[in-house]
Design a protein around this ligand. Structure first.
Ligand SMILES: [Zn+2]
Length: 386
C-alpha cells in the first residue's frame, strides 16, 4: 500500500514550488534531494543550457534488488504552463484546486509525486525490484524540449512509463504527429480613404483563405487549427501583411500531410485572386508558408512489453485499464522515437492548462497503487527470468 498522506503532502509541496518552463531549477533541486535521500545517484543533465533554461532534466538512478535485471524508466515533467507561479492550493475534501488565479500544476507534479512515492514504498516494504531510472524532464509544455534534448545513451532502460495524463483508468499508447504552420500573406499598402483601389488587403485574403479551410476535427484521426492571427497597422491603411500560426495533428502521416497542404493551398488560392496595377506597375498578392514538425506520432502495440506489464498489474488488482489514443503529444512521443518504448498512464489531473485545474487525490492514490503493482510485477517477471 502507498502512504496516502505522504503523497498528498508531497504533491502540495511540489505545486507550491514555482516551475514555469525554463525555470524548473527549484523543483529540480527538491526532487534531486528527495531521490538522494532514497539512495539514488542523481544527475541534472545539460538540457537546460541548450534550451535557455535554468535547469536540466533530473535523472535519478535507483539500484534494484534483483541482480542482472533490466532497468525500467519512469518519467514525469517538472515544468508547468502559465500562469503557474505562487500557486495557493485549496483542499476541499478529496479535491485539490487553486484560488483561480493560477493553474494547479497537477500537470505534471502529480506524475512526479506518483513516481517518488512508489519508489519510496518499494524501499520501505523491501519489495524486490529492478533498477529504476526516473527521468524528471524540463520544458515539456513548450515543445517536449527536455525529452528532445535528453541524451538517451545515459538511459539503459528500453521500456518505461510516462505519468502525464488524466484518468488512471486509461493507458495512452497512441498519439498523433503534429506540425505547426506559419503563414505570411503579403498584400499591398495604400490609403484606405484616398486610394483603396491601389491596395491589396492581406486581411481580406487571410479571411477568404480561412473561410474556405477545413478546420477543427477533420476526421477521427486528424485535427487542425489556426490559433493566432496578427496583422494590420491602422484603420486608414490597407494592410499589406498578415501573419498566421496554426497547427495540424494526425495519427496518420498521409492525412497530416494532406491537411497541411490543404491549409497552405487555401491561402495560395485566395492570394491568386488579387493583383493591382498602379502607375504601370503590377503587384500580385503572395503567400509565404512554412510547415514544421513539432513531434512525431507514437503507436505502442497492445502486445508490447510495457502495455502487457501495465495491463497485467491492473488485472491482478481487479482493475480494468484500457489502452487509448490521445489527441495530444507528450514526452512519450519523443522517448518512443528514441528507442524507449513508453506508454502514458493517468494520475488524476483535470482541466489542465486552465486556472480551473483540479485533481481528485483518490485518482492519484489509485495511480500510485497501480504503479506500485506494476513495479512489483516487473520485479517478479525479472526474477522468474533470472
Ligand atoms: Zn503534462
Amino acid at each position: 500500500m502507498i502512504n496516502q498522506e505522504r503523497i498528498k503532502n508531497l504533491l502540495l509541496e511540489l505545486v507550491q514550488i514555482d516551475s514555469h518552463s525554463r525555470k524548473e531549477r527549484n523543483v529540480a533541486e527538491r526532487i534531486k534531494k528527495y531521490c538522494e535521500e532514497m539512495g539514488a545517484e542523481v544527475e541534472i543533465d545539460d538540457a537546460g543550457s541548450k534550451v535557455g533554461g535554468n535547469s536540466g532534466n533530473v535523472i535519478a538512478r535507483f539500484r534494484g534488488t534483483i541482480p542482472d535485471a533490466e532497468p525500467i524508466m519512469m518519467s514525469a515533467h517538472m515544468d508547468t504552463v502559465v500562469p503557474g507561479e505562487g500557486v495557493k492550493p485549496i483542499i476541499d475534501g478529496d479535491i485539490i484546486r487553486t484560488d483561480g488565479t493560477t493553474v494547479l500544476g497537477g500537470d505534471d507534479k502529480s506524475g512526479c509525486a506518483v513516481i517518488l512515492e512508489t519508489i519510496r514504498c518499494l524501499k520501505e516494504q523491501n519489495i524486490p525490484h529492478t533498477d529504476i531510472e526516473a527521468v524528471f524532464s524540463i520544458c515539456e509544455e513548450v515543445g517536449l524540449l527536455g525529452a528532445k534534448h535528453l541524451d538517451v545513451s545515459k538511459i539503459r532502460s528500453r521500456y518505461g512509463i510516462v505519468f502525464d495524463s488524466d484518468d488512471p483508468g486509461f493507458l495512452f499508447t497512441r498519439g498523433p504527429s503534429s506540425n505547426h504552420l506559419e503563414i505570411k500573406v503579403h498584400g499591398l499598402e495604400s490609403h484606405a480613404g484616398v486610394a483603396p483601389e491601389d491596395g491589396i488587403s492581406a486581411i481580406r485574403i487571410a479571411a477568404e483563405a480561412i473561410s474556405a479551410m477545413k478546420l477543427g476535427r477533420i476526421d477521427e484521426e486528424t485535427t487542425a487549427n489556426i490559433g493566432v492571427i496578427h496583422g494590420g497597422a491602422a484603420t486608414n491603411i490597407i494592410p499589406n501583411l498578415v501573419t498566421l500560426w496554426g497547427e495540424a495533428r494526425s495519427l496518420n502521416e498521409e492525412k497530416l500531410e494532406a491537411q497541411c497542404d490543404h491549409m497552405v493551398q487555401c491561402f495560395k488560392d485566395a492570394a491568386s485572386r488579387y493583383e493591382v496595377t498602379v502607375e504601370g506597375k503590377t503587384t500580385k498578392a503572395s503567400v509565404e508558408a512554412s510547415v514544421d514538425r513539432d513531434y512525431s506520432s507514437m503507436d505502442v502495440p497492445d502486445s508490447s512489453r510495457v502495455v502487457q506489464l501495465v495491463l497485467g498489474a491492473a488485472a491482478r488488482m481487479g482493475l480494468n485499464v484500457q489502452t487509448m489514443a490521445s489527441g495530444g503529444g507528450c514526452d512519450a512521443n519523443i522517448f518512443n522515437r528514441k528507442g524507449i518504448e513508453c506508454a502514458n498512464l493517468g494520475t488524476g489531473m483535470r482541466a489542465i492548462h486552465t486556472v480551473n485545474e483540479w485533481l481528485d487525490v483518490k485518482d492519484m492514490y489509485a495511480s500510485a497503487e497501480m504503479t506500485l503493482e506494476i513495479l512489483k510485477l516487473n520485479g517478479e517477471i525479472a526474477l522468474n527470468k533470472g
